[in-house]
Structure formats: structure tokens, C-alpha cells
Design a protein. Structure first.
Length: 423
């Protein structure tokens, strides 16, 4: 329960502030890198597949598609990569030869993979027994040694469809072993930037508290208490609903739902569990909002007395990648929509906030803990740690999640003029 409070209680802070706008930029040389952009769609419907994973075959380099199915990936020419691999839950894996990828209008079609549950022997016993076995096998299925990881992080705040703020960063992560309960992950800011415009008539500024450190807590294999503290399993109903394919492996779809009349909001959603290893491979869940007042107290740390704030929708996604029998946290996204009502005003406002992190590189060589003085804390307002958007090559060699076109257009409208400073 403490992990749940840490994750949720610090996500949003309501402040009346103005942004400071410093001027800084930097450039990067990319001569030794290959850069590929494209879009991933359903082969039958043509609809984009949001958050599909893209990896350079036989490497630790990868990224995920955005909500429009678009992606950008970069990797060193020296690795002599032959293929890009594309994966998503419920679809057949696909590899595309890099030499056959066109420079423009590259579209990848993934085919749905349907499994009849009649063709699979379902594990005997009820779903509650299954989840207990899954939790017991976490030390076996996940890494028992530390890793150094590089990740791309993004957060935004939107008022209706207008982006109020967008912050992005490349971060370094010390990923602690999964079998060490008291060993925490640590994160250090490598480089980052943000949008820099707040309209003068905007008297309310919604900000996210926590940044990349809080996003890492969505690693539910490392922090299972976020969903299923052993003391709270009895507060859930569990059910195995179906079987699906993930990375060409059969996975149970385990549904979970908080029992009615909650005094404290928990979660409803689904886990994807590898049939053979019982590893959690992915999760989709949302906070139970039957008690909106209690849910609001979890999210909001500070607000004016004459304002009411109610969460109306939440959605969390978590994905893991498997390599040689070990599963790694690879991607997480959390999004919350709020309804805001001012006293004595007729109309309501709608804000949404989002955090997203994707691991793009990983190594177990020469891993050292990040000094405490350089670690990002879980109580920071990340937007205040980075500087305004600058040149197009800001990210250099690091793989990012390609922004939605609407974000790109919004950033162009900010009108912030920054001087380019050479390194």
C-alpha cells in the first residue's frame, strides 16, 4: 500500500505559477548512426497500433510507437544490424530487412494472432492461485543482477486538446536486482528539454510531481504492492478470460477487479502472463473511480480551496521484454483525466496528464550505482528541471518516442526564440 500511495499521491500538483524561460541549446553529430522512421498499422483494418515495440534485431536497442503508431529509431552503423523487429500484444511478430526499408513512407503491417482457448490446456485451479504463483516466481523470472539502462521519458499536461506543457528527457537508470527487496532503482537526468509557453490568461497551471522516478514505479514486477499487496489480494476478484500471443508465446489474460464499495480505491484491469514461465509480460489497468472523493485525495497534493477536482478517467500500460529467459521492464505509460470545477462558475474544465518511459539500451557491464547527489527524487516537479525546446538534433544518438504530429505543431506555435550554443 505504501508503494501505491507513493505512485499516485505525488502525480499531480496544482500550482499558480509562471514559467521561467532560459535560453540554451546544443547540437549533435549523427554521421555514425542510421535513423529510420515509419508507422505500424493493423494489416486488416489499417488502424495504427499504439505502443508497438521496435527493436534492432540481436541488440538491446529499441523504442515504442506513439499513439499514432509512428516511431523513430537510431542505431550505430558499426553493429551491422540486418533486421528491425516489430511486436505487439495479440499480433504476430514481424522482421523487416533494414536494406529493404524505404527512406520515405515506410509502413509496417502486423497481422492479428488469434488463439482458441479450446486449443490450450488451462492451468488447473482458480485464478487467485495463478496470481499467487506469478508473484512467487518474480525473483526467478526477472534479473538478479543490476543493470545500467538508458531511457526516453516524456510527460505532458493538456487542457482539453491543447498542450499546456510537454517535457522530455534522456535519463540514465540504475536498475536494481529484482531479488533485492530493499534495493531501489535510481535515475539521473542525462539531457532534457520542455515547452515554454503559458498563456497570460491561464491562472491555473497543472503540473506533475515525480518525473522519471515515479514512472519507474510502474514496474509492477519490481513493485508488486502497487497492484497486489499480499494483504489486499482478498479485495480483488480474479478471472482467466482468454489466451493470446505475445512475442510468439502463449499468454493467459488474467482479469482483476476490485470488489464493490471500496473504502480505498484500488485497480481494475488485466495481466498478460506467459503460460510456461508465469512471468508478467504486460499489464493494462486503471484506478477504481467508484469513490471519486477518495480518488481525488490520492492524486491532488495542492489546490485552491474554492476548486473541486475529480479524476474521470485513468489508464496505465506496462510492457516487459524477454531475452534468454529473463524479462526486463521496457515501457510504461500512465494517463489521468481530471474534471475541474470552480466555485460560482457554471462551466467545468478538463485537464489530462501523462507520463511515459521507454528503455532503449541496457548493459550489465561496469554497472555502478548513481551517486545520491545526482539522483532525481520522487517528489520533484520535472518540468522545472529542464530547459525550453531548441534545435531538431537535440536528442543526438538517443532513441526517442516520436511525438504525435499535434505535439510537433503545438511546439512550433510556442514562439520561443533560443540562441544555439555550441558544445
Amino acid at each position: 500500500m505504501n508503494n501505491l500511495k507513493s505512485l499516485l499521491k505525488g502525480i499531480v500538483t496544482i500550482l499558480i505559477v509562471l514559467f521561467a524561460v532560459p535560453s540554451v541549446s546544443q547540437t549533435s553529430a549523427l554521421k555514425d548512426y542510421i535513423r529510420i522512421t515509419g508507422k505500424i498499422v493493423d494489416s486488416e483494418t489499417g488502424m495504427p497500433i499504439a505502443f508497438a515495440s521496435v527493436t534492432v534485431d540481436n541488440t538491446q536497442t529499441g523504442t515504442v510507437a506513439n499513439t499514432e503508431g509512428e516511431f523513430t529509431i537510431q542505431f550505430e552503423k558499426s553493429v551491422n544490424a540486418k533486421y528491425l523487429a516489430f511486436k505487439y500484444i495479440g499480433y504476430k511478430n514481424k522482421k523487416v530487412a533494414i536494406k529493404k526499408i524505404p527512406q520515405k513512407n515506410f509502413t509496417v503491417e502486423l497481422s492479428p494472432s488469434v488463439i482458441s482457448i479450446d486449443e490450450v490446456i488451462v492451468r488447473p485451479g482458480d485464478a487467485e492461485v495463478l496470481i499467487k504463483e506469478v508473484l512467487a516466481k518474480i525473483p526467478e523470472n526477472y534479473g538478479n543482477k543490476p543493470y545500467k539502462e538508458m531511457a526516453f521519458y516524456r510527460e505532458y499536461v493538456k487542457k482539453k486538446r491543447r498542450y499546456v506543457s510537454v517535457s522530455e528527457a534522456v535519463v540514465e537508470i540504475y536498475k536494481a536486482p529484482y531479488d533485492k527487496i530493499i534495493s531501489e532503482d535510481a535515475v539521473k537526468l542525462y539531457k532534457g528539454h520542455k515547452s515554454a509557453k503559458v498563456k497570460t490568461q491561464d491562472t491555473l497551471i497543472m503540473k506533475l510531481r515525480g518525473g522519471p522516478k515515479t514512472a519507474l514505479m510502474l514496474d509492477i514486477a519490481k513493485n508488486p504492492d502497487i497492484l497486489f499487496s499480499e494483504d489486499f489480494l482478498e479485495l480483488y476478484d480474479f478471472r482467466i478470460s482468454n489466451i493470446t500471443n505475445i512475442d510468439d508465446r502463449q499468454n493467459y489474460i488474467l482479469l482483476f477487479k476490485q470488489k464493490s464499495n471500496p473504502e480505498y480505491p484500488l485497480f481494475n484491469g488485466k495481466l498478460y502472463i506467459d503460460v510456461k514461465t508465469l512471468a508478467i509480460t504486460a499489464a493494462e489497468f486503471s484506478l477504481n473511480l467508484e469513490n471519486p472523493e477518495a480518488a481525488s485525495r490520492i492524486f491532488v497534493r495542492k489546490k485552491p480551496l474554492f476548486m473541486t477536482i475529480r479524476p474521470v478517467n485513468t489508464k496505465y500500460l506496462v510492457n516487459y521484454a524477454e531475452d534468454n529467459g529473463i524479462y526486463y521492464f521496457s515501457h510504461a505509460r500512465g494517463e489521468v483525466e481530471f474534471e475541474i470545477k470552480w466555485k460560482r462558475k457554471l462551466f467545468k474544465s478538463h485537464y489530462s496528464v501523462m507520463t511515459e518511459i521507454a528503455i532503449t539500451d541496457r548493459t550489465d557491464k561496469n554497472v555502478q550505482k548513481i551517486p545520491r547527489s545526482k539522483q532525481l527524487k520522487s517528489n520533484i516537479i520535472f518540468d522545472e528541471k529542464v530547459v525550453p525546446f531548441s534545435d531538431k538534433d537535440f536528442w543526438g544518438k538517443y532513441n526517442t518516442i516520436k511525438p504525435e504530429e499535434s505535439i510537433e505543431k503545438t511546439i512550433k506555435k510556442y514562439g520561443v526564440r533560443l540562441k544555439i550554443q555550441e558544445n
